[in-house]
Design a protein around this ligand. Structure first.
Ligand code: ZN
Length: 180
C-alpha cells in the first residue's frame, strides 16, 4: 500500500528532521519506513527523490532514484506511458540516512525544479553545480557521494527537506500549472 505524500501546508515539512540512532538503522521500523518511501516514490508520476517527512515521518532519511544519475540522452517523449511506467519500476533507489552536505561548489546554476509536496507548482532554483554528501546507507555503511547536475540538485533539494525548507522558499519564476 502506498503512503500519501504530505502537502506543503503540513507543519511536518517545516520541522528539522531527527537523526536516526545508529543502532536503529537496521531495525524493522526503519526498513518499513524505507520501503514505504520507495513505494510512494514509485507511485508518483515524476518524482526522483523523496524525504521521510514527505510521508509524515520526521526522521533524517531520503531516497534518490537511480534515474537522477543516469544521463538521459533520449528524451522521455520517445516513450509511451506504459514504457515509462515500466522504466520507473526498474529504477533502484539509493538511501541516505543522517545525510550531511559537506561540500558545495561555488559555481551555481539556475535549474527548473518541482516537488511532490508542492503539487502543480514549478520554478527555478539556484543550486550548486557540484556537491559532496556524507550519509549512512540502509546497511549502516558510510557513504560519501560526489554529484553534479541533476543528481547534485536532487541531493540539495532533499537535504533542504530535512531542514524544513521547501524549494518554493528559494525559487524564482514560480509558475502554477493549470489544473487538468
Ligand atoms: Zn521535494
Amino acid at each position: 500500500m502506498q503512503h500519501k505524500i504530505v502537502q506543503k501546508t503540513d507543519p511536518i515539512l517545516r520541522k528539522r528532521a531527527e537523526e536516526v540512532l545508529p543502532d536503529q538503522i537496521k531495525s524493522r521500523k526503519i526498513k518499513d519506513i524505507i520501503h514505504k518511501m520507495s513505494a510512494s516514490l514509485r507511485a508518483s508520476s515524476n518524482g526522483i527523490g523523496l524525504a521521510a517527512p514527505q510521508i509524515g515521518i520526521p526522521l533524517a532519511i531520503f531516497i534518490v532514484s537511480e534515474e537522477a544519475i543516469v544521463v538521459k540522452k533520449e528524451s522521455d517523449i520517445i516513450y509511451n506511458e506504459d514504457e515509462k511506467e515500466k522504466r520507473r519500476k526498474r529504477w533502484k533507489h539509493f538511501v541516505f540516512i543522517n545525510p550531511r552536505l559537506i561540500k558545495s561548489s561555488r559555481k551555481k546554476e539556475l535549474m527548473p525544479e518541482g516537488c511532490l509536496s508542492v503539487d502543480g507548482i514549478f520554478g527555478q532554483v539556484r543550486r550548486a553545480k557540484q556537491v559532496t554528501v556524507e550519509a549512512l546507507d540502509e546497511n549502516s555503511r558510510m557513504l560519501r557521494v560526489g554529484a553534479s547536475g541533476l543528481f547534485a540538485q536532487v541531493l540539495q533539494h532533499e537535504t533542504d527537506h530535512l531542514n524544513g525548507v521547501l524549494f518554493i522558499d528559494k525559487a524564482e519564476n514560480l509558475e502554477k500549472l493549470p489544473n487538468e
